[in-house]
Write a protein that binds this ligand. Structure first.
Ligand code: SIN
Length: 518
């Protein structure tokens, strides 16, 4: 069996069991569900699985075959409103629970997720298409956020402000912001929703959530397990909706003054829409948006390490991650050699359905995604790109497969330079000087992640400071970790997920000034 490309810096895949075991040894945190038991078709509102108000449903399909897996609730504004009603009702009691009590429940949830790693991993692969090993890796990745924030729940400190006037005591405390709306993407159907719901619940907020229409089943399974772990009715609510109905459903949350925060991962145009449309009630927003990440290989790089880093960062999830390198800048002295080394490795990647244990790249999520990839590659070739590997659809495998591709001689007139390809395509640009590479790397409205490879300590210091992104990988392609702050600058959004900073987005600071004390 070939190695998986997914190698996040998970530190505690087993930790979730240990913590929860200590916290609640009698709990049912080891209950194992069969895959089919995890599949839910309804909305989860106020602790109950419900049909959409108008009984509408839409079909969820397997991207490897195009076949329907399940029919799920196609929600509208009435369902969104019911979810907010439940979350608003549940808020006072959840907010008033001791942080330690919330922590115990979250640890138990993390343990249940890990106890069901196999079936959740299979469900992710089924509806999203990633290879099974990556699906299971994502389960551990998602659980690591839940157990991280279970711990963080007990560390929400305030401050006593040094006294300014006699007879007055000034303190700052941090309070849950209120009802949170979480809108999540299809590329990591478990990890992305986990890393929004877990900090919200840890902070004492209640949640209404809507997963992407391509991958609602994993999110519903996660909510099922949260309920099993003891998250009370109303504290976590989830509605599913098709592409056609989602805008109307979510609009209800954007206008409702009880929803105090929106957390979203997805495209920049949708992020801007959410910011604009929620401005009427001035909600707090966390937006994790598009990336268009640069990856720079300097002449003084360890080329083997750079090729390894490129494989991990670019081909994880078939190139469908926000932090995937989209523009690869290679210095002239190593350009041809790097291209040869990389294309040899890329051509050897195994493209296959998740059911094939050797699969390293699965199908793309849908026909729209495949069309965009093909359009970008065709446009690049028309503008003078050389195809070093791949460069074609793999229709013989199924409807949504594209060969891992390496293109040389990319230039800034190409579509793939301006837009994220979100697929398994490496486009190599040639550069001469460090200044030129930095200017080109920063020449984008986006600023989520960047990567560079160099063995020079001075250059490492200069370039890490010069790159205008929220995340920088230096001689490293696998950046994901629950302990690190994830988020961007510029039009890649604002807010941070994970790490000790990740709770701040779900809290507001209250200043209390007590007088007449002298
Ligand atoms: C994303 O694609 O938005 C997240 C990827 C990650 O967590 O590494």
């Amino acid at each position: 069996m070939q190695a998986t490309l997914f190698t996040p810096n998970i530190t505690d895949a087993g930790h979730a069991h240990d913590c929860a075991g200590r916290a609640n040894p009698e709990g049912n945190m080891n209950r194992q569900y069969e895959l089919k038991e995890l599949i839910q078709s309804g909305n989860f509102v106020d602790g109950k699985w419900l049909e959409a108000a108008d009984h509408a449903r839409f079909s969820v399909s397997n991207p490897a075959t195009g076949e329907s897996i399940a029919q799920v609730a196609d929600s509208g504004p009435a369902d969104a409103r019911a979810a907010t009603d439940a979350a608003a009702r549940a808020l006072p009691a959840w907010r008033d629970r001791l942080p330690k009590e919330r922590s115990v429940i979250l640890h138990k949830w993390a343990a249940l997720i890990m106890a069901n790693q196999d079936s959740l991993g299979a469900l992710i692969s089924l509806e999203q298409g990633k290879p099974l090993a990556e699906g299971k890796g994502e389960v551990a990745y998602g659980a690591s956020y839940v157990s991280w924030f279970a711990d963080e729940a007990t560390r929400i400190y305030g401050d006593i402000i040094p006294q300014q006037q006699r007879g007055k005591r000034m303190t700052a405390i941090r309070e849950p912001i209120g009802v949170v709306a979480a809108i999540t993407p299809w590329n990591f159907p478990l990890a992305m929703i986990a890393r929004k719901i877990a900090p919200a619940l840890a902070a004492g907020c209640t949640v209404v959530a809507k997963p992407a229409e391509d991958t609602p089943l994993t999110a519903s399974a996660l909510v099922l397990l949260a309920h099993g772990a003891g998250v009370p009715a109303g504290a976590l609510n989830l509605i599913t909706a098709s592409r056609e109905h989602a805008i109307a459903a979510v609009a209800d949350w954007l206008e409702d003054p009880r929803v105090r925060k929106i957390t979203f991962t997805g495209s920049t145009p949708v992020g801007k829409y959410l910011a604009r449309e929620s401005a009427g009630t001035l909600k707090k927003l966390s937006l994790e948006l598009g990336g268009n990440a640069p990856f720079i290989v300097f002449d003084d790089a360890d080329l083997e390490a750079a090729v390894d880093g490129m494989l991990v960062s670019k081909f994880r999830n078939g190139g469908q991650t926000c932090v995937c390198p989209n523009r690869v800048y290679v210095q002239a002295g190593v350009y041809e050699r790097f291209g040869e080394m990389l294309s040899r490795r890329v051509a050897a990647l195994k493209v296959a359905p998740a059911t094939d244990a050797a699969a390293q790249i699965g199908p793309m999520i849908n026909a729209r995604a495949l069309d965009k990839i093909a359009r970008h590659v065709d446009d690049a070739v028309e503008h003078g790109a050389r195809v070093l590997a791949g460069g074609r659809q793999l229709a013989e495998l199924g409807p949504n497969y594209y060969a891992p591709t390496v293109l040389a001689d990319a230039n800034h007139d190409m579509l793939l330079c301006r837009e994220e390809t979100f697929g398994p395509v490496v486009a190599m640009f040639k550069f001469e000087t460090e200044e030129e590479a930095i200017l080109a790397a920063n020449d984008t409205p986006f600023g989520l992640a960047s990567y560079f490879y160099s063995e020079s300590p001075k250059r490492i210091d200069r370039v890490s400071r010069a790159l205008e992104t929220g995340i920088v990988g230096v001689n490293e392609g696998a950046l994901a970790s629950e302990a690190a702050p994830f988020g961007g600058v510029k039009e890649s959004g604002y807010g941070r997920e994970g790490s000790k900073y990740g709770l701040d987005d779900y809290l507001s600071i209250k200043y209390i000034c007590q007088g007449n004390l002298a």
